[in-house]
Design a protein around this ligand. Structure first.
Ligand code: ATP
Ligand code: MG
Length: 495
């Protein structure tokens, strides 16, 4: 029942931009493969070709020795090839059950059998550990829940080859464990699996073999057991990556408090949260998904109602009504949900970049020249890989979209910067760039707050970390006391 896959000289161009330059390799049936590569290497594009979402410009895909020309994802699914998208592909206005069965609806006579679909969906949701009614509208879900629905949807499609593009970027450790157990079961059932992730410990833990791509080309392959994580990272970027984090500079002891929060309460999420951050300091926020970190900052930014709490910025009491208002006081918040709140994926790159500072470019007409220059600068500073400066944001690879979001929220030159999951879906090379950038921002005297689910990142980067659980502050750990165990025990409440 397993499928063997052969890529033969696959080339792909989007207009003038060439993305894949003749990729050839084979995958034996029934194994778990890790597909590695930097942001923009072409991983998602190759997988979209395999699963019928894109057509190759040249070359062919052979499945069990037969050339296949899938014209649509439905064609591919008929052959047993199913892709779980990196960027969610769900219909926001439909329910979970309607999404899971979209295009594969159960019918009773001429009518849709909603009940049967809801029942079957409930089973799939249980498989992925999502305890939510299948009749819930997708737009009501948080990012991690959408990811689990994507996985549940793929599981309902009888895959013989299952491709997972960054499935765990938004999941908690417990959800990830459950996914790995599912992957183990699928493998035992003979499903071939291609697993794309920038989390190298996951790749190390669950794959049999890794295939590495760089700049639209196949680079090498190896048995996972023969590689350390460090070696994987080096293969991806083609250089040594042992110094991921910049040295921690101690912020000046007498540095002024840049932002103080006093007694913040957000109905249903946060109870009496108080903290402050000094100029030059990098402050981390740890906690499990649902701990209320994002909600706290959304309330601070005026994006959701708060019932109590005072905000002081640079010594002045303020009450931002919305992010633009907060920006006027020197505070910016980069949201975690890049496709939803971070970017306008149908707008151009420079439009996205300057959206929050339009006033600057609007005198008297939009100054396109200046916008273009700002974009060119951002490309250099943030190491954005873009084929065409006039592209739309949707055409960037996942990691490059993330860099564009960063550039957008830093463009107004804020004094206090809140970054919510700044390296989600970003490769090791780009992560390192972002860490060094964060350190530079702090060294320039800004206060930086990093919300992250990657403990290593908080430990490597922060001067101080606050742990939140169920809307309450559990602990404050200084740099010397930071380690994974400590953070996990507070975040899960096992202490
Ligand atoms: N529809 C499109 N139009 C133009 N260029 C595109 C389009 N889709 C992808 N690209 C470009 O193709 C290149 C490869 O993108 P792809 O999404 O395959 O990378 P990736 O390896 O999946 O990266 P990441 O790890 O960031 O997800 C990128 O430079 C991207 O900008
Ligand atoms: Mg991708």
């Amino acid at each position: 029942m397993s499928l063997a896959i052969e890529f033969v000289g696959i080339r792909k161009a989007f207009g003038p931009v060439r993305v894949l330059h003749g990729v050839s390799f084979t995958l034996a049936p029934g194994k778990i493969y890790g597909l590695l590569g930097e942001n923009g290497a072409g991983k998602s594009t190759l997988m979209k070709i395999l699963s019928g979402y894109e057509q190759a410009s040249e070359g062919e895909v052979r499945i069990d020795g037969t050339a296949c020309h899938f014209r649509s994802s439905r064609d591919a699914e008929q052959a047993g090839v199913v892709l779980i998208h990196q960027e969610f592909n769900l219909a926001e206005h439909l329910t979970i059950a309607q999404n899971i069965f979209l295009g594969h609806e159960y019918k009773r006579g001429w009518l849709l059998d909603e009940r049967a679909m809801e029942k079957a969906s409930a089973l799939r949701l249980a498989d992925v550990g999502l305890r939510i009614s299948p009749t819930t509208l997708v737009r009501r879900l948080i990012v991690a829940e959408k990811q689990l629905v994507e996985i549940a949807k793929a599981l309902s499609r009888q895959a013989r080859l299952l491709i997972m593009d960054e499935p765990t970027a938004t999941l908690t450790p417990a959800e990830t464990e459950r996914l790995f157990a599912l992957i183990g079961k699928l493998k035992a059932d003979g499903v071939t699996i291609i697993y794309i992730s920038h989390k190298l410990d996951e790749v190390k833990a669950i794959t049999d073999e890794v295939v590495v791509m760089r700049d639209g080309r196949f680079v090498t392959r190896a048995a996972t057991a023969d590689l350390t994580r460090q070696q994987m990272a080096n293969l991806m970027v083609g250089r040594d990556m042992s110094d991921m984090f910049p040295p921690k500079l101690t912020p000046a002891r007498e540095a002024p408090v840049a932002m103080a929060i006093d007694g913040l309460s957000v109905p249903g999420w946060i109870d009496e949260l108080s903290f402050n951050v000094r100029a030059g300091e990098i402050l981390g926020f740890a906690g499990l998904v649902g701990a209320g970190r994002t909600e706290a900052f959304e309330a601070i930014m005026g994006l959701r109602p708060r019932s109590a709490g005072a905000l002081t910025l640079g010594g002045k009491k303020v009450q931002p009504r919305n992010p633009r208002d907060a920006m006027r006081h020197g505070l910016t918040y980069m949201p975690e949900d890049r496709k939803g709140k971070g970017l306008h994926i149908n707008l151009g790159l420079s439009d996205n970049l300057t959206l929050m500072t339009l006033e600057r470019y609007a005198t008297p007409l939009l100054n396109q020249r200046a916008e273009q220059e700002a974009l060119e600068q951002a490309v250099t500073i943030f190491g954005l890989k873009v084929g065409d400066l006039n592209a739309r944001a949707r055409m960037l690879s996942g990691g490059n979209q993330q860099k564009l979001v960063l550039a957008k929220f830093l463009h107004p030159d804020p004094r206090v910067i809140v970054l919510d999951e700044p390296t989600r879906g970003v490769d090791v090379g780009a992560k390192r760039d972002i860490y060094f950038l964060i350190q530079r921002l702090a060294a320039e005297g800004r206060a930086v707050i990093v919300i992250s689910s990657e403990l290593i990142e908080l430990i490597g980067l922060c001067h101080r970390v606050l742990v939140l659980r169920a809307g309450r502050l559990q602990a404050e750990l200084s740099a010397e006391k930071l380690n994974e165990e400590e953070l996990i025990t507070y975040a899960t409440g096992t202490r």
